[in-house]
Design a protein around this ligand. Structure first.
Ligand code: FES
Length: 145
């Protein structure tokens, strides 16, 4: 069996939603301190719906495929649904990732969560901090160095 599914290869070779949203309503950046890969997600939100989403990923092929798939999964969806996206759902949508590459899909979940947190913070929308427990914000890491 090939190491990577056709879907992983497709999203790696032709990533969807690559880029930046200049006037994003929420931006989130997640990183993995072990491999050093970084993923940044930009959200445009209208009437509680993700009307547009873009990503920039400085990382491995699995991280790029995960970002691409994750953006496709939340585009056009209500904010609540995007907040509930798990790395497991991203991995399943990609028809699986090798076990040592599962952390790449975690970056997608975390970057989306951080972008939503940024949106909530900017708009004074209350949220349960538990929802973001354990998610490391790369942007604030950089400020602390
Ligand atoms: Fe770390 Fe893929 S190897 S995100």
């Amino acid at each position: 069996m090939a190491l990577y599914s056709d879907k992983v290869m497709d999203h790696f070779r032709n990533p969807r939603n690559v880029g930046v949203i200049e006037d994003a309503d929420g931006v989130g950046e997640a990183g993995n301190p072990v491999c050093g890969d970084i993923m940044k997600i930009y959200l445009k939100i209208d009437d509680d719906v993700i009307s547009d989403v873009k990503f920039e990923t400085f990382g491995c092929g699995s991280a790029i495929a995960s970002s691409s798939m994750a953006t496709e999964l939340i585009k056009g969806k209500p904010v609540e649904e995007a907040a509930a996206l798990t790395n497991k759902a991203v991995t399943e949508a990609l028809d699986g990732l090798p076990i040592h590459k599962l952390h790449c899909s975690v970056l997608a979940e975390e970057a989306i969560k951080l972008a939503l947190k940024d949106y909530y913070d900017k708009n004074g929308i209350p949220y349960d901090p538990e929802e973001f427990k354990g998610v490391v914000d790369c942007a604030s890491c950089a400020e602390n160095h």
